[in-house]
Design a protein around this ligand. Structure first.
Ligand code: CA
Length: 437
């Protein structure tokens, strides 16, 4: 796991003044990677790093001669329309570029002059998916979510016995993953209403969000090899916010025996900025398993994973209805929890995914599953917050919701904070439900 180094020093300040604000998501200690261009067709999409309210254009920085050595090699890998080549380089290259950027963004004049010319305001930017995602797997790592969902579908048997032994997951759909700003038509599909004997085909009436994180894979492994638990994080490039849109009525009818299919594959939305595992180093937490719970099998067990396998990432979901948007109101918070509650860590997801020899590739995406916490207020989906759609939520403006309505936008935000470290953020991921077509 990443050690703390000079790039984490809480005393560091950048000459990009907006990065020094206490509430900035993107201080010099963060330095997340994404793919952007100037809005309105301003050149090709290319790699960039967020700093304050600006973006370092890495293609421009390479041409300006800002980097040398291993950092230069790494930066060149960020100049294309995806970050897959950079992800493939691995932790030494990632660290070299992070260190070079950190030093350049706090350099005194005149050294800062060349990089200052490479900044693009975030207000002028639009984003693309940061990588070509070859494969997307969605895990189910919150035992609180798994139990709550299981109770709705199987009241007498909410948590299946494999849950405490196997990091449960399914292979998702990569083609419909979009970057923040994605909108999608309410999905059509089969549902079986209670008491009916023939399914109904029509628009889903139970469209939901799922508050997740996504782990982007770095170098990966050859087919037939496996990634050991203590090596797993050298294959984790970084983390994004992820909204796994879910049609609960389709899901309830189709999910047995092979799991989610059309209830999940119509859209998944991620945030544009990948917060690196290096940036998350100050926010690691112990991973524990109570003594009365099954202890992990050997390939999922290590002292390092116990010591700091967890990460305290706060994640919030807010809802902006069409009426709220028309009145320019702030989205209303629905959920707030933390990734520190996860039953399985990111490293355990990677070790488990490859224990059978399955090959992970640069740019693959692993969803963590809905990150519901132990209390009802920490539930990360509407199906949990409304007791399966039985108790409507009342929003501050008096509107009510059980599930999402047409025109609803869901906005997720994430951040890390603790005493002695500079707060870092993930920005936001926003997606909007449109009427069925
Ligand atoms: Ca999910």
């Amino acid at each position: 796991m990443t050690m703390l180094d000079e790039t984490h020093d809480p005393a560091l300040r950048s000459w990009v003044e907006s990065a020094n604000a206490a509430d900035s998501d993107f201080p010099i200690q963060n330095l997340p990677f994404g793919v952007f261009r100037r809005r309105g067709g301003g050149g090709p999409f290319r790699g960039g790093v967020a700093i304050g309210d600006a973006i370092v254009d890495l293609d421009a920085a390479v041409r300006a001669g800002v980097f040398d050595g291993e950092a230069m090699t790494a930066a060149v890998a960020c100049t294309g329309a995806t970050l897959n080549a950079f992800m493939a380089l691995g932790p030494a290259a990632w660290s070299a570029l992070r260190l070079a950027l950190s030093r350049a963004l706090r350099a005194a004049p005149p050294a800062q002059t060349a990089l200052r010319a490479c900044l693009v305001p975030q207000s002028d930017a639009e984003y693309a998916l940061p990588a070509t995602i070859g494969d997307y797997t969605d895990f189910y790592t919150s035992i609180h979510h798994a139990t709550a969902i299981g109770r709705l579908f199987r009241p007498d048997n909410p948590l299946l016995p494999n849950y405490r032994w196997v990091p449960i997951g399914y292979h998702g759909r990569a083609s419909s993953i979009g970057v923040s700003g994605q909108s999608f038509a309410r999905p059509i599909g089969q549902t079986m209403p209670p008491g009916a004997t023939v399914p109904v085909v029509g628009p889903s009436r139970r469209v939901d969000y799922e508050m997740e994180l996504g782990v982007f894979i770095g170098p990966g492994n050859a087919a037939g090899d496996r990634i050991a638990l203590d090596d797993a994080e050298s294959h984790a490039f970084g983390i994004v916010l992820l909204n796994d849109w879910s049609a609960r009525d389709l899901q309830g009818w189709e999910y047995q025996p092979l799991g989610p299919f059309l209830a999940k594959n119509f859209a998944t939305t991620i945030s544009p900025w990948i917060v690196t595992m290096a940036a998350l180093a100050p926010f690691r937490t112990a991973w524990t398993r109570a003594q009365d719970e099954p202890q992990p099998v050997p390939y999922l067990e290590s002292a390092a994973n116990r010591a700091q396998g967890g990460i305290d990432i706060r994640v919030e979901v807010a809802l902006e209805t069409a009426a709220m948007r028309a009145r320019h109101e702030t989205p209303a918070r629905l959920s707030l929890s933390s990734y520190r509650h996860a039953y399985w860590t990111a490293a355990q997801m990677i070790a488990h995914h490859t224990v059978n020899g399955c090959n992970l590739q640069p740019g693959d995406l692993l969803g963590t599953g809905t990150q519901s916490g132990p209390t009802p207020e920490e539930a990360g989906s509407l199906v949990e917050l409304t007791g399966g759609g039985k108790q409507a939520i009342t929003l501050p403006d008096g509107e009510t919701r059980t599930f999402l309505e047409d025109g609803d936008a869901v906005v997720m935000r994430g951040w890390c904070e603790k005493p002695g470290a500079v707060r870092i953020g993930f920005g936001e991921v926003r997606g909007t439900v449109l009427p069925a077509r």
